[in-house]
Write a protein that binds this ligand. Structure first.
Ligand SMILES: [Mg+2]
Length: 211
């Protein structure tokens, strides 16, 4: 069996890191967003599920930031990972325990530089074999495109029924994984949506109960 983890909001707390980073960008430009403004920003950002193009176009239409959309995307890639803490000892123990019985990997959508920086900054990278790290920016496809899942199967030499995807995104991770015939584990983080995953757990640490 191979267990493939999504990165953002699965292995790492992307939402907190992203808000921390955006707060520093605002501060550097004299912007203090109120808590009701933050509520709107969070809805627009939607856990990062909104494309950065769309999100930054919206952000720049509201806030007078002295950057273009591509500049903000590049700035994010260079800076967000510094707001991601090292993984906790619980997550480290979870990965070590899984590694003793099965193969583990990463299946992440995003830019290669941004995602690799996050993997290094959080100390996650050392837990994974290079050939089991799949970042869409380095491939021609991204989740939930079925071609993405096929590339993973081919490179790992695994059949669909031997693969498990663990992720927070109902479309990219769960719908995509279901369609590919993989086992799916949805990290709900307290969300009550009806997501048709094989297993639903509240937090990453709970996956040990279902694997
Ligand atoms: Mg995610």
């Amino acid at each position: 069996m191979t267990v493939l983890f999504d990165l953002d909001n699965t292995l790492i707390d992307r939402n907190t890191a992203y808000e921390d980073w955006l707060t520093t960008v605002f501060k550097a430009n004299g912007i203090m967003a109120s808590s009701s403004e933050w509520d709107i920003i969070r809805v627009k950002d939607n856990w990062g599920y909104t494309s950065r193009q769309e999100f930054y176009d919206w952000l720049l239409s509201i806030y007078a930031l002295p950057y273009t959309r591509p500049e903000l995307i590049a700035k994010g890639a260079n800076e967000i990972y510094t707001h991601i803490p090292s993984i906790t000892s619980e997550i480290e123990a979870l990965l070590k325990r899984l590694k003793s019985t099965c193969q583990i990997g990463i299946v992440s959508n995003g830019g290669i530089e941004n995602q690799m920086n996050k993997l290094k900054g959080s100390r996650l990278l050392s837990f994974f074999e290079k050939k089991a790290v799949f970042i869409s920016g380095a491939m021609s496809f991204s989740k939930p495109d079925q071609a993405y899942f096929e590339v993973v199967e081919e490179r790992l030499q695994r059949a669909a029924h031997e693969l498990v995807i663990v992720g927070d995104n109902p479309i990219n991770d769960i719908q995509g994984g279901n369609q590919a015939g993989w086992k799916t584990v949805w990290i709900s983080k307290g969300r009550n949506d009806k997501v048709p995953a094989d297993y639903v757990v509240n937090e990453l640490i709970d996956v040990i109960d279902v694997l």
